[in-house]
Design a protein around this ligand. Sequence first.
Ligand SMILES: [Zn+2]
Length: 143
Amino acid sequence: MRAKPTRPIPVPTPLTQPFWDAARNGQLAIQRCQDCRTYFHPPTSVCMQCYSSRLAFEPVSGKGAIHARTIMHDGRIQGFGESVPFAVIVVELAEQRGLYLLSNLLDVPPEEARIGLPVEVDFEPMDGGFVLPQFRLSATMKA
Ligand SMILES: [Zn+2]
């Protein structure tokens, strides 16, 4: 019997490694310029506001709101076949306007991923010790 395909694991680069290390420790960390204090995601090698190269990862609240969403119905993508339909969301993090993180919304039917709803990060363990930051609707919205 063939093993069923598993969801692909992200491949960290030197620039993104701190993001994944933080996730493994149950923390959402976003790169921030140490001079002008602007956050960046995805990480960059130079601050796009002040051109500083003094960039470091800092923990953030893990709170935000759904900025955009789509629902994946196509089960042909290897490793995702058993998960469809699922919500792919763009979260605008609370720390900064326009600071976006692409993720999934867990726990609820994907059509409940509505733009503007508050969400909070959670951490989903994957194969090989990898941990993926994912989002759930904020507790106040579940009732
Ligand atoms: Zn800067």
